[in-house]
Design a protein around this ligand. Structure first.
Ligand code: NAD
Length: 263
């Protein structure tokens, strides 16, 4: 893992499992980190647990003034910003029944919020001679999952926003990449499975060739790598952290060839 000593990061959506592990990994590599999230109580608790060099700022990524305040507080506490990790997301989604209002809300939080955060940090990164942006996309941005609409579309948008920003800002020494987690042990999956990780892994094994659910630390490790100089010639890229999910299609030759042969 690369050395992030002397670097300052802002991590949005930092108040739950995946975001908190990303903060932990960046801090572990030597960075100072501002956690930005609307979940105040959990955010403040996690920042307290992680200790020196980690602060929490209540920040709604759909509110421009809140983003400005978060950046200003980070600059004043840590002297600048070098890394932005966009994790904040809403799962608000009614599939094909999603209303216009919910569609716009979902896009605003998941896609536009991260974009505006990056836009507002551009001059800061230029001033500091470069920067790294890591966006959190998803397997949901690459294939359709029946039942999902705005979440999936927002994640597909994040993948292409990553391409567009990397093309626009490469000349400024700003690298823009994404990670695409598969099913990852997180608040949502813990809740859905009744906190049963074995059960979650058993179900994940159906679509994840590695036969299990991912750990939040595994997403965090990919983010910390992309944030570091070890990824110095990587921009506009996506790292799938999905146990092989995106490498396979629906075809199961092992089941289908016997069917073809009439057995
Ligand atoms: N859990 C998975 O299996 C999985 C799979 C693929 C991708 N992801 C992605 O990983 C990231 C974390 O997912 P998670 O499952 O831990 O989700 P989560 O809901 O537990 O965390 C999302 C965080 O974003 C915050 N947030 C929501 N709206 C916000 C706003 N307007 N402003 C600021 N913060 C806001 C929430 O308070 C929360 O802390 C998301 O980007 C998600 O899309 C998760």
């Amino acid at each position: 893992m690369g050395d992030l000593s002397g670097k300052v990061a802002i991590v949005t959506g930092a108040s739950t499992l995946i975001g908190a592990k990303i903060v932990d990994a960046l801090k572990g590599a030597g960075a100072e980190v501002m956690m930005a999230d609307i979940a105040e109580e959990d955010g403040a608790r996690i920042a307290g647990e992680l200790g020196d060099g980690v602060l929490f700022k209540t920040t709604d990524v759909s509110d421009d003034a809140a983003i400005d305040a978060c950046i200003a507080e980070t600059q004043s506490a840590f002297g600048g910003v070098d890394i932005l990790v966009n994790v904040a997301a809403t799962y608000l989604d009614e599939g094909p029944q999603t209303s216009r209002e919910d569609f716009l809300t979902g896009l605003n939080v998941n896609l536009v919020g991260g974009f505006i955060f990056a836009q507002k940090l551009h001059s800061e990164f230029v001033k500091r001679g470069g920067g790294a942006i890591i966006n959190t996309a998803s397997i949901s941005g690459k294939v359709a999952q029946p039942g999902r609409m705005v979440y999936a579309v927002s994640k597909a948008g994040i993948l292409h926003m990553t391409h567009c920003l990397s093309a626009a800002w490469a000349k400024d020494g700003i690298r823009v990449n994404s990670v695409s987690p598969g099913w990852t042990w997180s608040n949502v999956i813990s809740m859905l499975s009744g906190e049963n990780k074995d059960q979650a892994s058993k179900v994940a094994a159906i679509t994840h060739p590695m036969g299990r659910i991912g750990e939040p630390e595994e997403v965090a490790n990919a983010v910390a790598f992309l944030a570091s100089d070890k990824a110095s010639f990587i921009s506009g890229a996506d790292i799938p952290v999905d146990g092989g999910y995106s490498a396979i299609g629906p075809e199961r030759l092992d089941d289908m060839v016997p069917m073809l042969q009439g057995s």
